[in-house]
Design a protein around this ligand. Structure first.
Ligand code: KIV
Ligand code: ZN
Length: 511
């Protein structure tokens, strides 16, 4: 019998702390549904006290998700714990994750608190959190640079106060596997009451060792790993969920644990996160990179044809690469469309929204014979602004581009229901279109990112564009997809503008 390894996904909290990766409530809900479908044990849905927007998103996730525990982060203070407790209230299983820094540098320079005060605040926070839920996790931020005896002291105290999970973070990605595993083993041995809690690890990737350190902690007795899809997260990111899960599964001869993850949902989750945040996945990324199962050398190809396992330690279909099924075509009906969206975890709010989305699907099916799941995700990404938030709407776009000539764009936009037209030259058709658009919108925003990807293979594939705009400290990502990449770019820009000008939400919940 193997022990259960709890997979605690923090894509929606630590992952969202990546610069520019902030998500809207609707986007967070889509991600949470996918995480639930993947059978993640705990979804850290956000940091409730960070902003009303984050609170709202956590609450909606708590109302929606049934098969995963929904967790909110909270600093060790009264207000944070109260907000977290209120946000997770509707969850069928809710957790509060409270933390305080324990390293000398953080206590002295950041918190300006003595070690005694830190222990007192941690204990108080855990006791308060237990009033909202029995499932309380305590983290010692910067545990990697904390004094070992002090860690033992604060963990003993918080276990006595009622914490059920004790998390040991390498906040700054400083450790190496042998040292990190040893620290976990020593803590489990030394801390009184350690047998009553689940020991957890949370590793950042500053030296590229987040996954290796997490796995070393598991070998030493940790039974929860905190991780993110695609390794998204602060700075160099967190340990990547897909690598942890597949390492434990593929090397089950070495690990005494198993997860309950449906691994076939890994690639769809990776693509969804990449699409929503605009963070591309590097082609050679383990498990979810486009080349992770591609064999280029003749010798390798020959080997795989003769016997797959000569060069493959995992099967592409086991992590969801075969999920990219041909799903719908131009003759598919409204019901089939709605059912497939539901299968993919996308719930269309009203009948009117469904009709609009279906009309757009039909338009796409006219241009592109084969519609894949990724196309549907892209199509629905455009729906992440509600009709009320759709202040800017593309009416028409005409672009002229010819070798030796300056590209020129003419655009008609509906702005709050009134049509306006404008024209501009540019360095390319996209540049000309954005300039024409800005002549109408005058958004005074800064373009931080413009990225184009092909959603599926073939020259009729849709181009998927992410545009990241910043204005007065707010950063938003807009998505657009179309078989014409200039149109996709304009749609992405308009999507970003609509997000920028809708009700302000938290930008980057840096803590
Ligand atoms: O990296 C870290 O220490 C954290 C804590 C809040 C767990 O994210
Ligand atoms: Zn972290």
């Amino acid at each position: 019998m193997k022990d259960h390894l709890v997979i605690f996904d923090t894509t929606l909290r630590d992952g969202e702390q990546s610069p520019g990766a902030s998500m809207t409530k609707e986007e967070k809900l889509r991600v949470a549904r996918q995480l639930e479908r993947m059978r993640v044990d705990v979804i850290e849905a956000g940091f409730a006290a960070a902003s009303p927007g984050d609170f709202d998103a956590i609450r909606s996730i708590a109302e929606t998700v049934k098969d995963s525990t929904v967790c909110s982060l909270a600093r060790a203070n009264e207000n944070d714990i109260r907000r977290a407790g209120e946000a997770i209230k509707p969850a069928s299983s809710g957790r509060i994750h409270t933390f305080i820094a324990t390293s000398p540098i953080h206590m002295e320079k950041k918190l300006r608190m003595t070690p005694d005060e830190v222990v007192e605040a941690a204990v108080k926070a855990v006791i308060q959190a237990r009033q909202y839920t029995d499932d309380v996790e305590f983290s010692a931020e910067d545990a990697v640079r904390s004094d070992f005896d002090f860690l033992c002291r604060i963990f003993e105290a918080t276990i006595k106060a009622g914490a059920r999970t004790i998390n040991v973070p390498d906040t700054v990605g400083y450790s190496i596997p042998s040292v990190w595993g040893e620290r976990m083993r020593a803590l489990i041995e030394r801390v009184p009451g350690s047998d009553k809690v689940v020991w957890s690890t949370h590793c950042h990737n500053d030296l590229g060792m987040a996954v290796a350190n997490s796995l070393a902690a598991v070998m030493a007795g940790a039974r929860q790993v905190e991780c993110t899809i695609n390794g998204l997260g602060e700075r160099a990111g967190n340990a990547s969920l897909e690598e942890i899960v597949m390492a434990v599964r593929t090397r089950s001869d070495l690990f005494a644990v198993e997860t309950r993850i449906d691994t076939t949902q890994i690639v769809p989750a990776s693509k969804l996160i990449s699409q929503i945040t605009g963070y591309p996945v590097q082609p050679n990324k383990a498990v979810v990179g486009a080349n992770a199962f591609a064999h280029e050398s003749g010798i390798h190809q020959d080997g795989v044809i003769k016997h797959r396992e000569t060069y493959e330690i995992m099967r592409a279909e086991d992590v969801g690469w075969a999920q990219n099924k041909l799903v719908l075509g131009k003759h598919s009906g409204r019901n089939a469309f709605k059912t497939r969206l539901a299968d993919l975890g996308m719930v269309v709010g009203s009948e009117e929204q469904l009709n609009i989305a279906f009309a757009r699907f039909k338009e796409l099916a006219d241009k592109k014979h084969e519609i894949f799941d990724e196309d549907l995700h892209a199509l629905m990404s455009d729906e992440t602004v509600t009709p009320e938030q759709e202040h800017y709407k593309l009416v028409s776009l005409r672009v002229a581009s010819e070798t030796g000539e300056t590209p020129h764009a003419r655009i008609t936009l509906s702005v709050g229901g009134t049509e306006s037209q404008s024209e501009a030259d540019g360095d390319g058709p996209v540049d000309a279109s954005f300039k024409a658009l800005e002549r109408i919108a005058s958004s005074q925003s800064e373009l931080l990112l413009f990225s184009v990807n092909s959603i599926t293979g073939g020259t009729d594939a849709q181009g998927e564009v992410t545009v990241r705009l910043a204005k007065e400290g707010r950063v938003v990502n807009g998505q657009g997809a179309d078989t014409d990449i200039v149109v996709a770019s304009v749609k992405a820009y308009i999507n970003a503008l609509n997000k920028l000008f809708s009700s302000p939400e938290k930008v980057n919940p840096q803590i």
